[in-house]
Design a protein around this ligand. Structure first.
Ligand code: ADP
Ligand code: MG
Length: 594
């Protein structure tokens, strides 16, 4: 297949560029997916943090509320006279933690003349007014026993008779006359609580309590249900056992035993990724100690990222298409251009090398030619002389009007022609020895012109800046050189013209230019000019040995010969110029290497 060099260069370069661009595209898409995932994770973490803040606020609000309630309850409690009955009663006291029951004596507490042990009116009115549970405790041997309470046991009955054991921090605080604020496990749930000692005549006889259930899940759940994250995300809450306390649709169920058991349980904060089918769920979570539960936020990263990834991919593809096209265009213009020029230059220098090789071959051929022709010419000269001589004798002796006269004449003429060729060959062959003599080239050229027949329609001129230009030449041989070139010029100007000979002196050499205004040399003949027997002239006219001899002689003089010619009438005036450069100092040589 014939693909232009430029395209052949372009294809691999294009392949490389396209591959690189595709790799960059894939890489950048991957990067944006990663950064989107990171972003989603950050959003989820932020969500968890926000909910935690909300829970903390809820927690501290509870505290405030409970302590306000306690002040109010205390005020109300002491607004009526209180006192202890002298006769103790027997009560069954139940440890609220262990459930163990024992009998003990208790001096019942009276308020406004009513035994609190028998009436829960006061605590109920507190609960009614504040929404907080309320209890009145009395000290017994093993702790603080509830004598009147609005708190109910799991069974539904009031928790009267249950007691907080002595080793509880609550009992400790009350016994030393201090109030206690904090979390407390009341009967069966955690409460945000406040306790205050109750004193009669300077003695601590019990405590007043108000409290609220620590976490009101239904209220928090409602707030959380309004929070959504992206299109697929939501917050949720689960306890230390992995049971979902707040969840959009799975409340009360076990959340995800695998994820909880292996990944979350025990760690306070983190992000996990779960794969379910084709979905990738990212979950951020944090343990909230005051409520003893985990706050979590989850979202499907593949769903959340889908649109953004689609956008990123389209964008990346568009950008890379534009970039690839621009790059390819630039590359095509510049890189391949340069490469192209470089390879072209390489090709040209190879051509030059080839032509130098050709020239070498040429001179080898000529040298060989010289030796061969010397032999042949020598051998042919004598027989040719005999043929010429005898055909002339026969012609002389032929009777008038003989019918072989024309034939004999033809033999004599052709033999004559052979002699001419042989003469040329001998000239060519003999020129392997140079006898240089210092010569004024300007004068010598004038002499050469005299040896050439110049038709009337041709004008010959010799131009020189200096009147003499000296160089050492073998005069006999150089005469052949100049006359041959002049004759060729004249023969090329069949319709007349100008033959201009110019001599210019250089320091080391003399340059002789012989230019005609003839028909010029066809480009395809330029390289054959100096080859022996190359001629474009008709048979009998040219021998093709003239320029071969010229070349040989100039080389023998360590000179140089150049030809410039134009045969194209359309482009410029036609004509040919031979430029011979001869060193001024000639040296005697018998060099056969022409
Ligand atoms: P010949 O003159 O016998 O043909 P040459 O070796 O002298 O042989 O020249 C070889 C050929 O070179 C000629 O036949 C001719 O085609 C061409 N040539 C040489 N000199 C000129 C010139 N000045 N103008 C045009 N053609 C030339
Ligand atoms: Mg000639």
């Amino acid at each position: 297949m014939n693909i232009p060099l430029r395209l052949r260069l372009f294809f691999p370069v294009m392949a490389v560029v396209v591959t690189v661009a595709l790799l960059i595209t894939v890489w950048s898409i991957n990067r944006s997916i990663n950064s989107l995932n990171q972003q989603l994770t950050n959003i989820l973490l932020l969500e968890v943090q926000t909910i935690t803040k909300m829970f903390e606020r809820e927690h501290s609000l509870k505290h405030e509320k409970v302590s306000t309630n306690l002040s109010m309850a205390s005020m109300l409690f002491h607004s009526s006279p209180v006192g202890l009955h002298r006769t103790p009663i027997r009560v069954e006291a139940e440890n609220q933690e262990s459930g163990v029951v024992h009998s003990t004596n208790l001096q019942p507490l009276y308020r406004d003349g009513i035994s609190l042990w028998e009436s829960s009116r006061f605590v109920d009115s507190i609960e009614y007014a504040t929404g907080a549970s309320a209890t009145i405790f009395q000290l017994i041997d093993s702790g603080l026993v509830r004598v009147s309470t609005s708190i109910r046991k799991r069974s539904g009955e009031r928790a009267t008779g249950t007691y907080i054991p002595n080793r509880s921090p609550v009992t400790g605080a009350i016994l030393s006359g201090e109030s206690y604020y904090g979390r407390a496990f009341v009967v069966n749930e955690w409460y945000t609580t406040a306790y205050e000692p109750v004193m009669i005549d300077g003695d601590i006889i019990g405590a007043l309590y108000t409290g609220e259930k620590e976490k009101d899940m239904s209220e928090l759940g409602e707030i959380l249900s309004r929070l959504t994250i992206g299109t697929s995300g939501y917050p949720f809450v689960f306890d230390k056992e992995g049971v979902l306390l707040i969840h959009p649709y799975r409340e009360g169920e076990e959340w995800n035993s695998e994820a909880f058991g292996e990944k979350i349980s025990g760690s306070d904060e983190g992000v996990i990724t779960l794969r379910r089918g084709g979905d990738r769920e990212v979950i951020a979570y944090r343990y909230f100690d005051p409520f003893e539960l985990y706050i979590a936020a989850s979202a499907m990263s593949n769903i959340e990222n889908r649109d953004m990834i689609r956008g990123a991919v389209t964008g990346a593809i568009l950008v890379s298409i534009v970039a690839i096209s621009a790059l390819l265009l630039l590359l095509y213009r510049f890189t391949t251009d340069r490469l192209y020029r470089y390879l072209n230059a390489l090709e040209r220098s190879e051509e030059k090398l080839a032509s130098a090789r050709d020239a070498l071959k040429q001179s080898e051929k000529l040298a060989h030619m010289g030796q061969v022709s010397a032999g042949i010419a020598h051998e042919l000269n004598n027989p040719l002389g005999v043929i010429t001589m005898y055909s002339n004798i026969i012609l002389d002796e032929l009777p008038e009007g003989s019918d072989i006269e024309d034939d004999i004449k033809l033999i004599a003429a052709q033999a004559e022609r052979c002699k001419k060729i042989v003469g040329g060959l001998l000239n060519f062959a003999r020129k392997s020895r140079v006898k240089p003599q210092s010569t004024d080239i300007v004068r010598f050229l004038h002499e050469s012109i005299n040896n050439v027949v110049v038709p009337d329609n041709i004008e010959v001129s010799v131009r020189s800046e200096e009147s003499t230009e000296m160089a050492a030449i073998d005069r006999e041989q150089m005469m052949q050189v100049f006359t041959n070139i002049m004759k060729n010029g004249i023969e090329a100007m069949t319709d007349g013209g100008r033959l201009t000979i110019t001599v210019s002196g250089k320091e080391e050499s003399v340059v002789i230019s012989i230019a005609d205004t003839g028909k010029g040399i066809e480009p395809e003949n330029m390289e054959k000019l100096f080859t022996p027997f190359f001629t474009t002239k008709r048979v009998g006219k040219g021998t093709g040995l003239g320029l071969a001899l010229v070349y040989g002689v100039v080389k023998m003089h360590k000179g140089k010969i150049d030809v410039r010619s134009n045969s194209d009438r359309e482009s410029a005036p036609t004509g040919t110029e031979f430029i011979i450069t001869l060193p001024r100092k000639g040296e005697e040589s018998d060099d056969t290497d022409i």
